[in-house]
Design a protein around this ligand. Sequence first.
Ligand code: NI
Length: 170
Amino acid sequence: MSILTILEFPDRRLRTKARDVTVFDRSVTDLVEDMIETMYDYKGVGLAATQVNIHQRVIVIDTSEEKNSPLCLINPEILEKDGVEESEEGCLSVPGFFELVTRAEHIKLKARDKHGKPFEMEAGELLAVCIQHEIDHLDGKLFVDYLSPLKRRRIKSKLEKIHKQQGKKK
Ligand code: NI
């Protein structure tokens, strides 16, 4: 297993639309394991393959307190949405920023597990928000897209400044 590098906003590669996984082989289960390890290492609640520059529709999530129940969603598709919930979101690709985003409160979805087995599930609250956030990543979308252009520009310039400083240190 290995810790993967996470792309950070405004990296253009985060705008790539990911493709469905069609072959479920060892490369998929390895990717899922690396993504879970990376998510825990960065203390995140979710990670999409897009964020580690792999453009396949693979998501890992763990909203448990104990960080011991990882959920893997491959080729996820939301079937139903209802209710409205506003909550503070953050993202490993937008480190250090937390903003209010409005999402559906409750969702029903279908997906495949890491072996390709299809299943359906329902989710509410934090898990529902997290799944919608991660599916956005697979479509090249980030939570900052829901903010005002002014707020988004501020976050962008602050992160660009940090990336510049990090570049100089290397
Ligand atoms: Ni994110």
